[in-house]
Design a protein around this ligand. Sequence first.
Ligand code: IPD
Ligand code: CA
Ligand code: CA
Length: 277
Amino acid sequence: MPFYCMTWSAARQGGGMDPAALLDLAVRLARDAGALALQMRAGVETLPTKSSPTDVVTAADRAVERLLVDGIRAARPGDGVLGEEGASDDGTTGVRWVVDPIDGTVNYLYGLPSWGVSVGVEVDGSAVAGAVFVPVRGELFTAVRGGGAFLDGRPIRCTSVTSLEQTLVATGFGYRVEQRRLQGAVVAELLTGVRDIRRYGCASLDLCAAAAGRVDAYYELDLNPWDHAAGALVAAEAGLVVTGTEGRPFAAPMAVVAAPSIAGPLVALLERLHAGR
Ligand code: IPD
Ligand code: CA
Ligand code: CA
């Protein structure tokens, strides 16, 4: 087909922006990164902390980000990259890779299984593909925009829980003390209105757990782009409502994913619990 006959989206795909091809690379990189992180787990070594004394970073976080960035640059020179450990480059192609080399570093440090490599891909600022690989469990969550969500190649779907009282809610806490004071006060109240609370310690996995129906909803205040770039797409493609509170977009600053059947009441409850705090 001559270029001038192609639709915009076909032209973009021909120009190296095919979401399926981007996902293939994201999966390959996430698996390689996960293997390196597992290898480095044996001699895990912490470096000086980041935003607060609880915000830990290991040599593996840095090495794994290096592997991801080198892999992206080798396969797709010119693409942008944003990574938690410092990679930041807008690139020239309209494609940007948003990576968290180890999401759930505290779990990684303690030998708990809930940590993963998160690789999200945006085209012109919109998420088009995402992979979250959880090495200890060997689980791979994937999605491309409009193509559904998958766990190890099998389609996944969110729950259809019907009441807040029966809603299992995952959440997470940031690293700053003030942030935690607010988050702790809110979750203490929320606990009395829902089935129970889960805290995996890995935001990308929280989002994928909701996608797989392992929890009914997840919320967290003040996530960073690398925490949700891949997982929020997986959640959306699994049928969850992906939104913020107070009419604001997702993660600006509140991130909520919820089964459609309880999204309205959950958002209203979160707004009430945050009001005036
Ligand atoms: C953290 C984890 C945690 C979430 C924090 C994140 P990190 O990421 O995802 O579950 O509650 O908000 O910062 O530091 O382990 O990559
Ligand atoms: Ca993270
Ligand atoms: Ca991280």
